[in-house]
Design a protein around this ligand. Structure first.
Ligand SMILES: [Zn+2]
Length: 257
């Protein structure tokens, strides 16, 4: 079963990922509306103390030490950071959208609300990574850069890597404008045709298909999709688009221990 209920929290896990991990739904936290309730985003107007309490609950539920966390300031870019230690509480955030580690004492942690969570594990080299790919990160090939960094920094073979595409805004809900359409066409060429389905007069961007394409292009063959659209299921997930920006961020964590 992909969903587990524990400690009042409800989280999603991928069948193919054999490491400690979770993509947390919004259930079981302490924040009131519009962040109800497990908001893990510190920049969405919620109180710092509640976000901290929610983060502790999340780590506790997965039996992860809160001081093992490594997180970054996510900026819709394609910078990768290899974590060689947890981030100390007094250490400033690095700006990045890809984080990796081969250390069991480091828990990778990121925040989402429609953008695509990409979770990676190479069980041969024991390397994990998590990445944040909205439309900009997808255009910038965050997926491919993650795989390249796993190869270059940790000597991973792409055919060993398991990649998972988490809950995010689905092709049914993600209408885009001319600026995005143009960039998708420029980036993906002929392959863009299936990534830009028409819904009546509007055009949507299929982030799942685009990221699948990028992973395959990078040599990854083991790819699992959650197939969950955040905008379809705001009962479970925060959705920036469906909730018109007044919402929280759900968390995803990944650890080798
Ligand atoms: Zn949807």
């Amino acid at each position: 079963m992909p969903f587990t209920q524990h400690n009042g929290l409800r989280y999603y896990q991928f069948d193919s990922l054999r490491v400690r991990h979770a993509v947390f739904t919004r259930h079981g936290g302490v924040s009131p509306a519009p962040w109800k309730s497990l908001n893990l985003g510190g920049t969405v107007g919620d109180e710092t103390e509640r976000v901290r309490a929610n983060r502790l609950l999340s780590f506790e539920t997965l039996d992860c030490r809160p001081d093992s966390m490594f997180d970054v300031w996510q900026v819709h870019g394609a910078e990768a950071v290899c974590a060689s230690a947890p981030r100390r509480a007094d250490e400033p955030y690095r700006k990045a959208d890809i984080i990796l580690t081969d250390l069991p004492g480091v828990t990778l942690f990121m925040r989402f609300a429609d953008c695509v969570p990409l979770l990676f594990h190479d069980p041969k080299k024991e390397v994990i990574a998590i990445a944040h790919a909205g439309w900009m990160g997808t255009i910038l090939d965050v997926a491919g850069i993650t795989v390249r960094t796993m190869r270059e920094q940790y000597h991973c073979d792409p055919s060993d890597i398991i990649a998972c595409i988490g809950p995010s805004i689905g092709p049914d809900h993600y209408e885009v404008g001319e600026d995005v359409i143009t960039q998708v066409k420029q980036t993906f060429g002929a392959a863009s045709a299936t990534m830009l389905p028409h819904h009546g007069d509007s055009v949507h961007f299929d982030l799942w298909r685009a990221n699948h394409h990028l992973l395959e292009r990078a040599g990854v063959t083991q790819i699992e999709h959650s197939g969950i659209c955040t905008a379809c299921h705001t009962d479970d997930w925060f959705s920036h688009r469906a909730e018109k920006g007044k919402t929280g961020r759900f968390g995803a964590l990944l650890s080798l221990c």
